[in-house]
Design a binder for this molecule. Structure first.
Ligand SMILES: [Mg+2]
Length: 245
């Protein structure tokens, strides 16, 4: 890996599947729901439940991002759709927009999901090392109360951060330029001297490049270009911004 000679003045980190292992927590939360014999998912195989959820959730999230779904429609609707996809009953009480079983699954899911939050291997060490030399921040898509709860659970992230930008609190989601512009204003440096560290090609690489930032894409793929470096080992990221462990 050659040094990029980037003049980085501020580093923003994505939260889910970059600093925190969201996919792991999601997987185990679904497993917890599936193993609870009082919940309807027990009637199907875990493989079917997991596969259906992974298919439904991104579509629901996309509609929420586009403003087609409200927050509740996203949070609860994904479980209503899951029950429908698995051909499980989802009866609705008279005045409720969503079925009781979908509401219960959505509530239980969030509790189980929070039980399984953990850092991505090596990410916190790198975050700390970078934060010791440069101002850093968190820029994340997600519901405010959930992302804030994660930052409360892992205070070492928020304590070291000079900026916290959560999409729901701003009203725009990555890769929307307006969210990146707000983050750049909070950072107080020019866009071209901001590095964004994230895992999503669409939200993070697309959004960062669109805003004129540099991007460190956390991925198995290798697609370095002028303004993008790819990495899977965190010490590679440290080296590129000129830091050593
Ligand atoms: Mg992410």
């Amino acid at each position: 890996m050659t040094n990029k000679n980037w003049d980085i003045q501020f580093v923003y980190f994505d939260l889910d599947d970059t600093l925190l292992d969201h996919s792991y927590a999601e997987h185990l939360a679904l497993k917890d729901l599936h193993e609870d014999a009082t919940l309807p998912l027990v009637a199907r195989s875990f493989g079917d439940v997991h596969q259906a959820y992974r298919k439904i959730n991104p579509v629901v999230w996309k509609k929420y991002s586009a403003g087609e779904f409200t927050k509740v429609q996203a949070k609860v609707g994904r479980f209503e759709q899951l029950l429908g996809a698995l051909d499980l009953p989802s009866p609705r009480s008279n005045s409720n927009e969503h079925s009781d079983s979908a509401i219960e699954l959505a509530d239980r899911y969030l509790a189980c999901y929070a039980d399984h939050w953990r850092p991505i291997d090596g990410a916190f060490e790198s975050f700390e090392l970078i934060a010791a030399s440069l101002p850093v921040g968190i820029l994340t898509n997600g519901f405010s109360e959930i992302q804030r709860a994660k930052l409360k659970r892992f205070p070492e992230l928020a304590d070291r951060s000079n900026a916290l930008v959560i999409s729901e609190e701003i009203g725009h989601l990555k890769p929307d330029l307006r969210l990146f512009e707000k983050a750049a204003a909070d950072a107080g440096v020019s866009p071209s001297s901001i590095l964004y560290v994230g895992d999503s090609l669409h939200s993070d690489v697309g959004g960062g490049l669109g805003a004129g930032w540099k991007v460190a894409w956390f991925t198995d793929q290798s697609h370095d270009s002028d303004n993008v470096m790819t990495f899977k080992e965190w010490d590679k990221l440290d080296r590129v911004i000129g830091l050593t462990r």
